[in-house]
Design a protein around this ligand. Structure first.
Ligand code: MG
Length: 322
């Protein structure tokens, strides 16, 4: 590429072409401060985590998962949840969510002023034992207790089903089993069920099959979300499949923060910048300011002292846009 090309004057942005068969508006559910940072090796100061949350809450995102109220010995990266949340003001109309693993975590989140929480179950016994320290039924039981107590406190609950596509120990995960567990978690009172492709092996046909089986099992389509990972480069293709299946909430992480815990050195979460670029290119409204996200990625890249995984952030930075 010549120097002249590098200094091109076009301000790159998606050129919207609407596909009338797709949803007109989508909610981007930002997981960077929780799912991103918990999978990064660095432990950042509380002030940096608060600043990350503040920037994201100001960028037009409708939902930001701010932290996790887990025991410090489980996830030292998020040991200072109270301190981080105390410095944040969640704007009206924005969901400021915290993950809680159990009743103790819920109590801590409520005391910290959190107004929406998320719970996690596993579609496989191996992941339930390895990461949740229980069985599949045990995790569902704990999640149900948390949902009941949160509901009593007037706090809505989002539910994750981890390992919905593939499992690093068990291999393929039966879609009907995922659908059944998603239905039970929804029946327990979780308002949204996020199907997690935790190791990123899912492909578009698999996404559509899983969405259809889950809706057939009784979970309304508008109560489903997809939590997709880009470990095998499939995330945006899987988003497109999800859109075709009528899904209107997608999880992503600004900068692509969050490595794959099961594939050393590999990418984990879909980058929010990539998701927003695709959605805006399809003429789908998000309310998200892409340049604001890129500036946050640039800031986080300086904090961490290394480039982040988002290709959109990298390209827009090189183009001098944000
Ligand atoms: Mg993730």
């Amino acid at each position: 590429m010549t120097e002249a090309a590098v200094q091109a004057t076009w301000h790159p942005r998606p050129q919207p072409v609407v596909d009338p068969s797709l949803p007109t508006r989508v909610r981007v559910y930002e997981v960077g401060p929780r799912d991103g940072l918990q999978a990064e090796p660095e432990i950042l100061p509380a002030a940096v985590k608060s600043e990350f949350g503040r920037r994201l809450l100001a960028s037009g995102l409708p939902a930001v998962e701010l932290t996790s109220f887990v025991p410090a010995r489980w996830i030292p990266q998020l040991a200072d949840a109270e301190e981080v949340v105390a410095e944040l003001d969640v704007p009206d109309g924005v969901r400021g969510v915290a993950l809680v693993p159990n009743r103790r975590g819920l109590d801590r989140a409520l005391a910290a002023g959190i107004r929406e929480v998320a719970v996690v179950i596993s579609a496989t016994e191996s992941f339930a034992h390895a990461n949740l320290n229980t069985s599949v039924e045990g995790a569902l039981g704990t999640a149900s207790e948390v949902i009941a107590a949160a509901t009593d406190a007037g706090v809505p609950v989002r539910g994750y089903v981890s390992m919905s596509f593939g499992d690093p120990w068990e291999g393929p995960v039966p879609a009907d089993r995922v659908a059944e567990l998603a239905s039970r978690l929804h029946g327990a009172g979780a308002h949204t069920i996020a199907l997690g492709d935790t190791i990123g092996t899912g492909t578009p046909g698999h996404v559509i099959d899983l969405v259809e089986r889950t809706t057939a099992a009784g979970v309304p389509r508008d109560a489903l979300a997809l939590h997709l990972h880009d470990t095998y480069g499939q995330a945006l293709g899987n988003v497109q499949a999800g859109l075709r299946a009528g899904i209107t909430e997608f999880d992503s992480s600004t900068g692509g923060l969050g490595r794959c815990p099961f594939a050393k050195g590999a990418t984990g979460n879909l980058a929010t910048e990539e998701l927003v670029w695709l959605l805006h290119g399809l003429g789908i409204e998000t309310g998200v300011d892409l340049e604001s996200l890129v500036r946050t990625s640039q800031w986080m890249s300086r904090v961490l002292g290394r480039p982040l995984a988002s290709r959109v952030a990298t390209a827009l930075t090189a183009a001098g846009v944000a």
